[in-house]
Design a protein around this ligand. Structure first.
Ligand SMILES: [Zn+2]
Ligand SMILES: [Zn+2]
Length: 375
């Protein structure tokens, strides 16, 4: 027999580990090394599983742990103890340890009996791409959803002409089969009936006994105004059909929105950049700004500075499932001519002496105030 490893080392915890640390270390290792999860190295993982289970059986028990800390293996039955003491105390905590990870009957042969047949249908996810304008206005559309639907020939029963199901010959109707696997007696879901305990001797020809058939369903859906990239619409009961009388799943329509060529969206607000010339900025002007619902004239006052922002109230996106709309913000880009003609250069040179500014660093100031446009 190999040299036994220290129990703390086996679980990879320190000697002062708390009960909770020991428990989670064991859970992690047990899940990792459970023989059923390692079909390629069954014997090795079984050895490992035994080792960690033995270590846990000692360290999880306060008295045994104390004895082990004082006397080592001698304190808990000696170096050749072999199989751990699988008394009920060791496994009393197993249900909460493994409840959500394993079928307990698969691990310890405590069969829960057969499964219930009714099963809820799976949820479906459907991606739908919209234009920016469609996201703003909302949309009534049709989508084609490939999905499992209840078989109309057998009304979902899976049997031809309403014949009854009969007990599974492999498990005698228990839904479980038992066999020994080295160290454990394992009780497993019956492979022939899938744990149902019953088999269908006269399956419906249209669905081959499944009770469902795959179809492409055309579904009308209503996209509300104001949806955004990633908005998820849940359409109850339009997922896959349930099995054996189980309820259907839901359909989730996940939206993608193509970006707009000049509107940028942030929440319900929109942003657009409008270039103006240096003379328009200096003298003032009127520009036509596109909105979601057409266009709007916006007065740019004289002496408008680069980066000035004008707010058009209520010209943003509609608020999804709410009232009102966001705002549209118009950023003004003052465009400096990239090349000057001889005449433009001459005009600017004659202007230069009268528009001088002091070239001193600018004091840090709160950001530019937004100017409202009232129309
Ligand atoms: Zn059928
Ligand atoms: Zn069976």
């Amino acid at each position: 027999m190999n040299q036994k490893r220290d129990y703390y080392e086996v679980l990879g915890v320190g000697r002062s580990a708390t009960d909770q640390e020991i428990k989670s270390a064991y859970r992690r290792l047990a899940l990792q090394h459970h023989p059923d999860r390692n079909p390629d190295s069954k014997e090795e993982s079984e050895e490992r599983f035994k080792e960690i289970t033995e270590a846990y059986s000692v360290l999880a028990d306060a008295d045994k742990r104390a004895a082990y800390d004082r006397f080592g293996f001698a304190g808990v039955g000696g170096a050749g103890a072999g199989a751990p003491d699988f008394s009920s105390t060791i496994f009393s905590g197993f249900e909460d340890l493994f409840g959500t990870f394993f079928d307990l009957e698969d691990l310890f042969g405590r069969g829960r009996g057969r499964r219930t047949r009714a099963e809820r249908g799976a949820d479906l996810r459907y991606e739908l791409e919209l234009s920016f304008a469609e996201a703003a206005s909302g949309l009534d559309t049709k989508v084609k959803i490939p999905r499992a639907e209840t078989c109309s020939s057998c009304h979902g029963s899976g049997s031809r002409n309403g014949t009854q199901l009969s007990n599974c010959p492999a498990c005698g109707g228990r839904g479980q089969v038992r066999y020994s696997q080295g160290f454990f007696t394992v009780s497993r879901t019956c492979p022939q009936c899938g744990g149902m305990g019953q088999v269908n001797r006269n399956p419906c020809p249209d669905c081959r006994g499944e009770g469902r058939v795959r179809r492409e369903k055309v579904l009308g859906i209503k996209i509300p105004a104001g949806v955004d990239e990633g908005t998820r619409l849940r359409i109850g009961g339009e997922g896959e059909a349930g099995l054996h009388g189980g309820p259907p799943g839901d359909l989730y329509v996940v939206l993608k929105v193509r970006p707009h060529s000049y509107f940028e969206r942030r929440g319900d607000d929109l942003f657009v950049r409008i270039p103006i010339s240096i003379t328009q900025a200096a003298l003032g002007t009127e520009v036509v700004v596109p909105t979601l619902r057409g266009s709007q004239k916006v007065k740019i006052p004289e002496a408008t500075q680069p980066g000035a922002v004008f707010r058009l109230r209520g010209q943003g996106m509609p608020v999804l499932n709410g009232r009102g709309r966001g705002n549209l913000y118009v950023y003004v880009d003052v465009v400096i001519p990239a090349r000057l003609s001889r005449e433009q250069r001459h005009l600017l040179e004659s202007l230069a002496p009268s528009v001088q500014v002091e070239n001193k660093p600018v004091e840090r100031a709160p950001s530019e105030k937004v100017k409202d446009v009232f129309c």
